[in-house]
Design a protein around this ligand. Structure first.
Ligand SMILES: *[C@@H]1O[C@H](CO)[C@@H](O)[C@H](O)[C@H]1NC(C)=O
Ligand SMILES: *[C@@H]1O[C@H](CO)[C@@H](O)[C@H](O)[C@H]1NC(C)=O
Ligand SMILES: *[C@@H]1O[C@H](CO)[C@@H](O)[C@H](O)[C@H]1NC(C)=O
Ligand SMILES: *[C@@H]1O[C@H](CO)[C@@H](O)[C@H](O)[C@H]1NC(C)=O
Ligand SMILES: *[C@@H]1O[C@H](CO)[C@@H](O)[C@H](O)[C@H]1NC(C)=O
Ligand SMILES: *[C@@H]1O[C@H](CO)[C@@H](O)[C@H](O)[C@H]1NC(C)=O
Ligand SMILES: *[C@@H]1O[C@H](CO)[C@@H](O)[C@H](O)[C@H]1NC(C)=O
Length: 513
């Protein structure tokens, strides 16, 4: 059901501030095609069974994922692994998994497990994900235990070859060997002298050979491939842990190396002390992504796809009052679409149980993700502000499967926007206001008037009550804060003259042409 409102009244009072942007009516040839799953997920695997459920699926999580799938036709991809992937071993006697916990602190209320032992069920529960989900799974490289890595790969193959997984339409696309191996130095017995990009490539190649023998990856187009190297740091030289470094060392030049078809780079914009009003700055988002442009071009010149295989706002599970609040939806959406403009084919936003930057907390929490204090009553599963960016992205890209996009050139440091095309024809535009509005400041919320043409357009708004609010966000009038994760309320679409679309501080607007 649609509720049509009119916003003509706003026009006259704010015309002086009108920001005019030219929107090409047909897709420029350089417009990249965006994947319906441009926004995807990376999961810390120590608590994977909390996400997936063991004996039955996690209905709340499935509902939250289905909301995205309804809009794009495809659920987000799942990359499962990360830090704890390199602390995982396999034991067939374990049903799902057993973990050795680490000590929690105020700064890190939900630390990664110190060790993880998994059994076959750990991989099999991926069948609980929505039909159509594509999966990337990581195996342990850091501990240099070939037997462990091969046992994990064989169990992954068994799970994804099973009839139940096929019925569930959940597909293994890639195996990742090791997480952030550039950081192994001074860890697991490595020193700067014996852990270099050269020794890394040798080690990766050895592991890839045995994992290939296990049959989980293969050259046939229907078979999974390798995804990596998943470095933490951004570097560009021939002797460093970088794209040029691994290519120079010949990572692609062996039969198993030819199966490395996706280059995964990790990237966080900032660390734990970051403040919201810095991270959302349009210029900061651009400089963080544009530093990767040379690497992206190099990777593509070798015929590989380039993804942000693990990303999010601030490393170390997010920054308090930055990663977990309404304003981060502004950052998430602009970062995602700007990455899409820059040649990133998919961005996997990292998630863990109780992490501050999650789009969703998929299980009940008994201590605060903010400071670890006990929660009484406990906090039931819920979406966080970043989820709303995923909803808007899903609707902007839509379900055509071949939507292309260009960035719009706004002469304003606080406004960004993107146009979306299907079969070359203009369909939608996203407008993003980076000015942070804090309800408690007592200052009236600012508004800009955007002119994109002179036709009548439909407008949906992402309403964020305040840049520091943790709930109460509404996408096109609907709330996703309810206990089942489903949309609540009627869809609100305004009718507006494209020559005067109101865009408030800390707001996103989706325009339908
Ligand atoms: C790895 O491959 C080598 C060469 O085929 C083989 O000798 C070795 O047993 C394999 N190791 C494991 C753990 O599969
Ligand atoms: C390597 O993994 C295997 C298989 O789980 C295990 O039996 C073995 O103890 C591990 N080796 C080391 C050195 O941890
Ligand atoms: C790397 O060097 C460190 C420090 O010298 C040493 O303890 C370790 O055994 C070496 N590891 C390998 C794999 O050579
Ligand atoms: C990324 O953005 C942060 C602010 O969020 C800034 O401190 C940092 O310098 C930026 N990094 C690059 C490479 O532009
Ligand atoms: C986060 O925001 C809350 C609510 O405004 C405030 O009470 C708290 O002190 C802030 N915490 C930090 C670490 O800034
Ligand atoms: C409306 O837009 C069309 C196409 O961009 C343009 O040709 C026309 O001059 C515009 N009319 C007005 C009144 O701005
Ligand atoms: C939109 O507003 C412009 C400028 O006021 C006007 O020329 C145009 O006719 C309007 N278009 C529609 C479809 O109302």
């Amino acid at each position: 059901m649609l509720l049509i409102l009119s916003s003509v009244l706003l026009l006259s009072s704010v015309r002086a501030q009108t920001l005019t942007v030219s929107v090409p009516l047909s897709a420029p040839t350089a417009a990249p095609t965006l994947s319906p799953s441009l926004f995807s997920l990376s999961i810390e695997q120590d608590a994977w069974t909390d996400w997936a459920g063991t004996d039955s699926d996690n209905t709340y999580l499935v509902n939250v994922l289905d909301n995205l799938k309804e809009r794009t036709g495809e659920p987000p991809w799942f990359r499962i692994g990360a830090d704890s992937e390199d602390r995982t071993n396999f034991n067939p006697a374990v049903e799902f998994s057993q973990t050795v916990s680490s000590v929690a602190s105020v700064a890190t209320p939900y630390p990664e497990a110190a060790a993880v032992i998994v059994g076959e069920g750990f991989y099999q529960v991926a069948e609980h994900l929505p039909p159509g989900t594509n999966v990337v799974w990581g195996v342990n490289l850091r501990e240099q235990n070939m037997t462990a890595a091969v046992l994990e790969a064989a169990a992954i193959k068994k799970a994804f070859d099973s009839e139940a997984m096929k019925q569930a339409h959940v597909t293994l696309k890639f195996i990742e060997i090791g997480n952030e191996p550039d950081l192994y130095v001074n860890d697991a017995g490595f020193s700067p002298a014996n852990w270099t990009v050269a020794t890394f490539v040798q080690s990766w190649t050895d592991f890839a050979a045995n994992i290939s023998q296990a049959g989980v990856v293969g050259a046939d187009s229907s078979q999974p491939k390798f995804f990596g190297p998943s470095f933490a740091g951004v570097s560009h030289t021939a002797t460093s842990f970088s794209p040029l470094g691994v290519f120079t060392q010949g990572i692609l030049d062996t039969p198993q190396g030819s199966l490395l078809t996706t280059y995964s780079q990790h990237h966080y914009q900032c660390g734990a002390g970051e403040i919201l009003t810095d991270i959302v700055v349009k210029a900061n988002i651009r400089s963080n992504i544009t530093q990767l442009l040379g690497d992206i071009a190099l990777v593509k010149s070798h015929g590989l796809d380039y993804v942000l295989g693990e990303t999010n706002s601030c490393f170390g599970h997010g920054a308090v009052n930055t990663s977990n609040v309404g304003g981060i939806a502004i950052w998430t959406l602009d970062y995602l679409f700007f990455a899409g403009q820059s040649g990133v084919s998919r961005a996997f936003f990292h998630q863990g149980i109780g992490y501050k930057y999650n789009m969703v907390q998929p299980v009940t929490l008994t201590r605060s993700p903010i400071d670890g204090s006990p929660l009484d009553p406990p906090l039931p599963p819920h979406v966080q502000p970043a989820y709303h960016a995923a909803l808007v992205a899903a609707e902007a890209i839509g379900s055509s499967g071949s939507t292309s996009s260009v960035e719009l050139d706004f002469d304003d440091d606080a406004v960004s926007g993107y146009a979306f095309y299907e079969d070359g024809a203009l369909k939608r535009a996203v407008l993003i206001n980076h000015n942070m509005f804090f309800a408690a400041s007592g200052v009236a919320r600012g508004v800009k008037t955007i002119s994109l043409g002179n036709t009548t357009v439909g407008v949906k708004r992402l309403f964020i009550p305040s840049a520091d609010s943790t709930s109460g966000l509404l996408w096109a009038g609907q709330s996703f804060d309810g206990p089942d994760g489903k949309a609540d309320g009627k869809v609100v679409v305004e009718s507006s003259n494209a020559s005067a679309v109101a865009l408030h501080d800390t707001e996103v607007v989706l325009v339908f042409f």
